[in-house]
Design a binder for this molecule. Structure first.
Ligand SMILES: Cc1cc2nc3c(=O)[nH]c(=O)nc-3n(C[C@H](O)[C@H](O)[C@H](O)COP(=O)(O)OP(=O)(O)OC[C@H]3O[C@@H](n4cnc5c(N)ncnc54)[C@H](O)[C@@H]3O)c2cc1C
Length: 472
């Protein structure tokens, strides 16, 4: 079999479409093929970048002139045990595939992202978090064991008991220490396909953070949206959404609500407009003026008729809000979008986020979508979580202001470093490497580099992101 198909050159981009590069795409279907590709790449001295569904916003899953090892064809659920909720998956199984298979048996992935498209391999490599990071930790906390294939062709099973140091570095190690070829994950028991949610409006950033903190022990899911446009006393005004799973006696027909087809998001708006055309209708509003108006309208709706509303929603509807409008990212074409997510300890969060929102206002580059979450520390070596809050910001990329935007990301990041915060590589495209490296404590990166030296001494596994953040 030819495993280094030089004829398959493809342009590979980050999800935000703002950064990308040409690479050689290979799509193995089993571990044997992956091993063969690794061996061939090693002897050819060709670097490899692993790729799941390509949902990382920036440069995590491509490498200029690299061999892009795309796991999307390794997507079998290998073992599913509805009695225990333990599942073994190939790395290309997506969050969507997983919940659709397990929900009818009453099991839900304990950590899901705002879209259901990521793979489990990519999710573990970035150690993704959900709206319940405070309550449940990141995806890695629910991983029982992994099969890891290293460039020398060794396939090892790792866990909290077997090679724990490697296990805690591979999860969140953005594909730099080996390739995840199987994962065993413990799912969470649920008794209904509905959750109960509550929406609350908050007038400013301080109140928004306080309410998130107050709610974090009472609700499974807590997420804040904020309007990044206004300043002064309205800076950081927003809406909070809390949600909890239902207990066994609260859903009269759990078999129906757990049925995946009853979870499906509607394919039309108001039963008429196909959602596939919605992004085109949104495009004329994707500019500062339009987004200011949309953010204002959302806040007015949420702070009047929507305030304090308690409602039931499907698990998929609540969890995967960002899948509601298919292809919505295309509103950002031709430049695409970048994303910046900082994690800041509780004591400094309000000050740092306030400064970041002011920087965006001063530079005239407001975030079009801003989201707050509460986090807790976790035991993974390159963890991005702290006992604190994160603020995630989307920015449109306009060609004429691209350099200014990249410079602004540096300015946004500086107060985070000073406050002892962290950054989320999965969503990053523009962070200067020295600022990323400055967030780690004594010896942390040295331990990672030592593992890299042991598991991948020839540096076969790379990515544009790893070169930018870990190199130098
Ligand atoms: C709309 C949207 C919403 C999102 N919401 C959230 C959110 O709520 N929380 C959150 O934490 N993240 C969120 N993300 C980010 C996303 O979940 C992560 O970027 C995730 O890693 C993407 O998974 P993927 O399968 O697409 O991996 P890719 O983006 O393709 O790859 C991610 C990384 O994993 C590595 N990798 C992939 N497969 C393997 C493997 N088998 N072995 C070793 N390394 C591998 C790649 O080299 C790369 O470094 C969101 C993304 C989008 C687009």
């Amino acid at each position: 079999m030819t495993v280094l198909p030089a004829d398959r050159i493809a342009r590979v981009e980050g999800w935000g479409m703002a950064v990308g590069a040409d690479g050689y795409l290979v799509q193995p279907t089993d571990v044997e093929q992956v091993t063969e590709i690794l061996g061939a790449a090693r002897s050819a001295g060709a670097p490899i970048v692993a790729r799941g569904a390509g949902c990382s916003y920036g440069d995590a899953a491509f490498l200029p002139e690299g061999l892009v090892l795309d796991f999307s064809r390794m997507r079998q659920v290998l073992v599913w045990d509805p009695a225990t909720g333990i599942v073994d998956v190939e790395p290309g199984v997506t969050v969507r595939q997983l919940w659709r298979q397990t929900l009818p048996d009453g099991w839900w992935p304990p950590v899901v992202t705002g879209t259901m498209e990521p793979t489990l391999g990519g999710g573990l490599a970035m150690n993704v978090h959900g709206k319940n990071n405070w309550a449940r930790g990141p995806m890695g906390d629910h991983c029982i064991e992994l099969d890891l294939l290293t460039p020398d062709g060794t396939l090892r099973t790792i866990s909290r008991d077997i090679e724990p140091e490697v296990f805690h570095a591979v999860i969140g190690g953005f594909g730099q220490l080996g390739l995840i070829t199987r994962a065993r994950i413990q799912l969470k028991k649920v008794h209904s396909g509905f959750i109960e949610a509550k929406a609350v409006a908050t007038p400013d950033l301080g109140e928004l953070l306080q309410q998130i903190d107050d709610a974090k022990d009472d609700w499974e899911y807590v997420v804040g949206w904020l309007d990044a446009f206004p300043g002064g006393s309205k800076l950081g005004r927003g809406l909070l959404h809390f949600a909890r799973h239902l207990s066994p006696d609260e859903d009269p027909d759990p078999a129906a609500s757990l049925e995946p087809t009853n979870q499906d998001l509607p394919s039309t708006l108001f039963g008429v407009v196909p959602k596939s055309v919605l992004w085109r209708m949104m495009k004329p509003f994707t500019n500062d003026l339009g987004m200011r108006a949309i953010n204002l309208a959302k806040y007015i709706q949420g702070s009047t008729i929507g305030n304090n509303a308690v409602y039931r929603q499907t698990l998929a509807g609540f969890s995967f809000l960002l899948d509601y409008v298919p292809d919505w990212k295309k509103v950002y074409l031709p430049g695409g979008l970048i994303h910046h997510q900082s994690f800041v300890p509780v004591a400094h969060a309000e000050r740092v986020f306030r400064a970041q929102l002011e920087i965006c206002r001063r530079r005239g580059m407001p975030s079009y979508l801003a989201v707050l979450k509460r986090h807790r520390p976790d035991p993974f070596l390159l963890t991005h979580a702290v006992d604190g809050f994160s603020m995630a910001l989307d920015f449109p990329v306009v060609k004429s202001r691209r350099e200014e935007l990249w410079a602004m990301v540096r300015e946004l990041a500086e107060p985070v470093v000073e406050a002892g915060g962290r950054f989320y590589p999965a969503k990053d495209a523009a962070l200067p490497g020295e600022l990323y490296r400055a967030t780690f404590g004594e010896g942390q990166l040295d331990r990672f580099h030592a593992l890299k030296q042991r598991l991948d001494p020839d540096g076969v596994l790379r990515s544009a992101l790893a070169d930018r953040l870990l190199g130098g």
